[in-house]
Write a protein of this length. Structure first.
Length: 327
């Protein structure tokens, strides 16, 4: 059964691992040049590309490994031939899932480690930043492309593809559904689950012109909100202005609306709006920052990995229940 599974699985598996070798060579060649630098603007394309690849990998594993692993046999009817031999349904599914999970987790683990090593100088510099110039490794879009969570993504994607394939029994339809569900999960978890895996920290700071990093507004409503410097390397969940009573100021008071340039005046002088907005501090307004500190990167990595492995285990249980009813 192991030999048969390998023959069915070898082409997609070798294709993915060949691509990983090519990516590894690129990272190994370019990585040493990043050590000791303080400007990585020329690496934006490769930096973004590594993140994209780590999100595409679980999608490829779920769609091209997980779905065909079972659905291909269900469509062709070869599963009945195997079951009529000495191989039980449980052993058939265990071998396929075990082989696929091992390969998926190894592939994601290797790529995650390689990208984390390559980006370590960039991540180290971003951990000292207090503005929005660089994305820290705990930022949502970067977090999923670092550390050990890609292992959980890959395992979940593979078993998700198997489970959907066992339900639909149609390869193309199962591929589409798997991709849609995986994309939804990868969007929902960072926005609605990860921020609360650990209780966020909150700090309240004075509003000083030099600490204002952004001012947003429009011609209709004027100045809507401001932001102050973030804690170094943190994932900021909220950056809100509080009035003297401790309530969120929405909208900002009228007396700062004059800080915005009038239509036709052109852009304001550098720093003039920030200095004007410091009136908020003089009137007792403060800025409240809610965030996950950068020091929680690894605790959040372990918690999210555990979450995805738990979802993988639940789907695996479903697959073993479902295989009893396949014909």
């Amino acid at each position: 059964m192991t030999w048969l599974t390998w023959r069915q699985f070898r082409v997609p598996a070798l294709s993915v691992f060949a691509a990983l070798v090519a990516i590894g060579v690129v990272l190994a060649v370019t990585g040493p040049d990043l050590v000791g630098r303080t400007n990585f603007s020329d690496q934006d394309t490769l930096f973004g590309g590594t993140i994209l690849v780590l999100y595409l990998l679980p999608a490829a594993i779920g769609v091209f490994w997980g779905v065909p692993l079972i659905t291909r046999e269900l469509e062709s009817g070869t599963h009945s031939l195997v079951w009529n031999q000495t191989v039980t349904r449980k052993r058939w599914l265990t071998t396929k899932l075990g082989f696929g999970l091992l390969a998926a987790m190894v592939a994601a683990g290797l790529l995650g480690w390689a990208v984390s090593w390559w980006a370590s100088p960039i991540d180290a510099l971003s951990a000292t930043q207090t503005d929005r110039g660089m994305l820290s490794r705990i930022a949502p879009v970067v977090f999923g492309a670092r550390g050990i969570v890609p292992i959980g993504y890959a395992a979940f994607a593979l078993v998700l593809g198997v489970a959907v394939g066992m339900l639909l029994k149609r390869t193309v339809a199962a591929m589409a559904v798997t991709l849609a569900v995986l994309a939804a999960v990868l969007l929902l978890v960072p926005n609605f689950v990860r921020p609360y895996l650990l209780p966020p920290e909150t700090t309240t700071v004075a509003i000083v012109g030099d600490d204002i990093t952004n001012i947003t507004g429009d011609d209709t409503h004027g100045i809507l909100e401001i932001g102050t410097r973030n804690p170094p390397g943190a994932w900021v969940l909220a950056n809100e202005t509080l009035d003297p009573n401790g309530n969120v100021a929405d909208p900002l008071p009228v007396f700062v609306q004059s800080c915005a340039p009038r239509p036709g005046q052109g852009p304001p002088e550098r720093g003039s709006m920030e200095a004007c907005m410091s009136q908020l501090g003089q009137h007792g307004y403060q800025q409240r920052v809610t965030y996950q500190p950068g020091s929680r990167f690894w605790p959040l990595q372990w918690l999210e990995l555990a979450l995805y492995l738990a979802m993988t285990a639940l789907l695996t249980w479903f697959c073993f229940r479902r295989v009893r009813h396949l014909s």
